[in-house]
Design a protein around this ligand. Sequence first.
Ligand SMILES: O=C(O)C(=O)C[C@]1(C(=O)O)C=C[C@@H](O)C=C1
Length: 361
Amino acid sequence: MTFRPILERTEKRPILIAGPCSAETEEQVLQTARELASDGRIDLYRAGIWKPRTRPGEFEGVGAPGLAWLKKVKEETGLKVTTEVGNREHVFEALKAGIDVLWIGARTTVNPFTVQEIADALRGVDIPVMVKNPVNPDLKLWMGGIERLYKAGITRLAAIHRGFSFHGETSYRNVPHWQIPIDLRRNFPDIQIICDNSHICGRRDTLQEVAQKAMDLNFDGIMTEVHPTPDQAWSDAAQQITPAQYNAMIESMSFPEANSTDPIFAKHMNDLRHEIDEIDEDLLNLLGRRMKIAEKIGEYKKENNIAVLQTSRWNEILSKSVKHGAKKGLSEEFVTVVLKAIHDESINHQIRIMHGEEAVK
Ligand SMILES: O=C(O)C(=O)C[C@]1(C(=O)O)C=C[C@@H](O)C=C1
């Protein structure tokens, strides 16, 4: 699959998308747009017209009449506009109103029937579409949504990471799993990936930190909710910021380049990467050696009818390694993940020895 960029722009990155969570009134939509446009920073103006809310009775968006306000934004400011579509009717209404870019929300991406309905409604139309990750951390479902649109002929496609639902204590509204968009990029190397920092954070004070992380991870853009009076917003008040706060945030961020063509840089990176390659090879050789010893232990356990899992030894290894790792500047989290993976592999090798190939499947 070959994706085209969602916007034709001269500068490379990032794509800046901003605007209110919901279109509330014509005045609010236009005022926000005017303030953002006067700074000349953003590439795309967002506003939710149809709002998928968790529970009934909350503000569910102004609906189709709000599209006319977005039309006015385009006419008055020259900004391109985007809104969320959640079914076939939304698509038709949005296309009729001349919306420039559509997005599919996280609660829609989870449902292949609905994504297919939207894809079918868009067949034959060349409009950019951004696909938010599904609410659950499922890379394949996200890819599936993108593929459904691609098969319908939509090639100006982008992905939006807005974090994932999480049950339990967390400081995020939707927890980011950065590894998932990184894996998405591995599968779709030329797709543009946008970070929706507002839905990840759910609060103002961490918006910049999350947006910066996305930039450091080479994301192509940021989508942020901006409202003239955030505390009075009809939806998602806690995560919205004023246009001035938005401009200050962008101003104080750094935007690293995706790569460099400087030959000196390339040479130096090459040398350092060569060192990394050698170390990775050593690590794998050592792990291979470790597994051979675990296999010997496995055979010995088999002869003596001893269980594979030895919890007290495993605890000893883990706590010793966490302490040693700390001295080497490695976090407890990292050492635990690595050691767990090694121990798991070791157990699988031993079970195979005890019961044959089929046992570990
Ligand atoms: O010490 C053992 O008994 C082993 O089999 C080795 C090993 C390991 O890989 O370190 C594997 C399984 C046990 O749960 C504990 C440790």
